[in-house]
Design a protein around this ligand. Structure first.
Ligand SMILES: [Ca+2]
Ligand SMILES: [Ca+2]
Length: 233
């Protein structure tokens, strides 16, 4: 996995810029090791490589890395973003969701933690669909913000088979009702299994509204994302 990118300017040769990727061939990295520069080794950097945890990590979103809202529905984009996406889902609470707009997307992370492929579903995406009103989005994951793998979402809005789309399952968990938000059997929302796309670990989740679906049920409203199988539980 590419976990870091080092860029440096080779002053001795003017403004030659060398891009160095840790997982690339060593020859591609010759500029990085010149002039006594220390090239960090991710294999010994526990906090970056994630092989050793500093303690329990976040199980819900703590930060929005990047986003772009689409046109149309803009619920809570002004007042609630990004805080409404943090923490556990809140079933039935419209203040806890943010509309992405048609074709809009958001990348979220869980600071100090990552999703790992464990038994069964590994994370849950919570939207606020009503029965018969799926609001579909495509979910993708990454461990470095560069390589992304998507759960394919190609279902028609009326279903009935929604495949790997998010925005289908009703949210049942709320901090006040005692329903475990990290138990896929009861929490509601849409659960995803990294094994289905051949991914072992992911620090980032990107959720992108289906731009080809618009109208009353055509825009995804994100409530929360929770880690079921965590690197740092
Ligand atoms: Ca799994
Ligand atoms: Ca849409």
């Amino acid at each position: 996995m590419i976990t870091k990118r080092f860029l440096r300017i080779g002053l001795a040769f003017g403004l030659a810029i060398a891009g160095c990727y840790e997982s690339s061939a060593i020859e591609a990295c010759f500029d990085c090791a010149r002039d006594g520069e220390v090239v960090e080794d991710a294999s010994s950097d526990a906090s970056t490589d994630g092989e050793v945890c500093a303690g329990p990590g976040a199980r819900f979103v703590t930060r929005v890395v990047d986003h772009a809202f689409g046109p149309g529905q803009d619920h809570n984009q002004e007042d609630g973003f990004p805080e409404a996406l943090f923490g556990p889902p809140r079933a039935g609470d419209v203040r806890s969701v943010v509309s992405l707009g048609n074709g809009g997307w958001v990348i979220v992370e869980f600071e100090g933690n990552a999703i790992v492929d464990g038994p069964g579903p590994d994370f849950i995406v919570f939207e606020n669909p009503l029965p018969g009103f799926a609001e579909l989005a495509t979910v993708a994951v990454s461990d470095d913000l560069e390589a992304w793998v998507s759960f394919p979402c190609v279902a028609p809005q009326e279903g009935p088979d929604y495949g790997f789309c998010a925005g289908v399952g009703e949210v049942r968990s709320h901090p006040d009702n005692g329903v475990d938000p990290l138990d896929p059997a009861v929490a509601g929302g849409d659960a995803f299994d990294l094994a289905d796309i051949g991914v072992e670990r992911a620090r980032y989740v990107r959720i992108e509204d289906r731009a080809d679906l618009d109208g009353p049920a055509g825009v995804f409203d994100l409530d929360a994302v929770g880690i079921v199988n965590a690197l740092c539980p």
